[in-house]
Design a protein around this ligand. Structure first.
Ligand code: NAD
Length: 231
């Protein structure tokens, strides 16, 4: 029953060196979504898709959590029952910073997932061995990533978490993939932190808006959350 939901997107990991999708220099300037991140691309463009995620995994192994991930981990350690961490990110930077029970809405890059039975197995930052099969049912494996158009089974837990949420924090999400404005409208305390305005977000529905790098905004955000929790 966490009263505070910290919901994040690619922007929180940008300062660790992982590209966002939509910002200038982001991944969509270099790759086409429909070729490597659209339901079905594993059937018609399998090798290129696997190569793309092999590269993402290798890159993830070379970066470290930043001050925003770390401050959130410390906050969760102080208030374990009150803080839910929900992310659209597929990286493991929250976990490496010490966060627990992170809900990954769009999959988890250090895992592979069975295309037949959906069980997952850890591969860390390694390349996906093409001959590797599922340990449970011998089905073929794919990156554990929710592609556009794929089912997103974890969304149900987002909706459940939002039922208890009294303080919503959004960090580093343009709102293009998952819109949170409708939740923010009915929540008394909410903070939006991005680098700049997004056409997919109505900033008026947030009680505080901070356009700054996450690592620069995080102390103020943590202070506000603690103020809310102690009130
Ligand atoms: P997005 O790329 O659409 O938007 C990024 C947002 O972060 C923008 O609003 C931008 O202003 C903000 N931002 C950029 N740098 C920031 C910083 N230093 N501090 C604070 N804010 C910053 O990202 P999205 O809304 O998460 O949607 C894209 C999808 O891409 C998500 O589904 C996500 O799963 C996926 N993605 C994940 C990763 C990752 O796991 N690290 C990386 C790229 C994309």
């Amino acid at each position: 029953m966490a009263r505070v939901v910290i919901f994040s997107g690619a922007g929180i990991s940008a300062e660790s060196g992982l590209s966002t999708f939509r910002d200038t220099g982001g991944l969509w300037e270099k790759y086409r979504i429909e070729e490597i991140c659209q339901a079905g691309c594993l059937s018609w463009n399998r090798e290129n898709t696997l190569v793309f995620y092999d590269a993402r995994r290798a890159q993830l192994g070379d970066v470290v959590p930043n001050a925003a991930h770390e401050a959130i981990a410390k906050l969760q350690q102080r208030y374990p029952k009150d803080i839910a961490i929900i992310t659209q990110n597929v990286d493991d930077l929250f976990e490496r910073a010490g966060c627990k029970d992170v809900l990954h809405l769009h999959g988890f890059l250090p895992n592979l997932r069975c295309e037949k039975c959906s069980s997952t197995q850890a591969v860390g930052y390694e390349k996906q061995e093409r001959s590797l099969t599922c340990k449970v049912c011998s089905g073929s494996l794919r990156p554990d990533i929710v592609f556009f158009g794929d089912p997103a089974p974890m969304y149900q837990y987002l909706y459940e978490a939002m039922e208890d949420c009294k303080c919503l924090i959004i960090i580093g999400s343009s709102g293009n993939v998952v819109g949170m404005d409708h939740f923010a409208k009915s929540i008394k305390h909410s903070i939006l932190n991005n680098l700049e305005k997004s056409s997919a977000i109505d900033e008026k529905v947030y009680t505080k808006v901070i356009y700054k790098k996450a690592t620069e905004a995080i102390d103020e955000i943590v202070k506000d959350i603690e103020f809310f929790l102690k009130a």
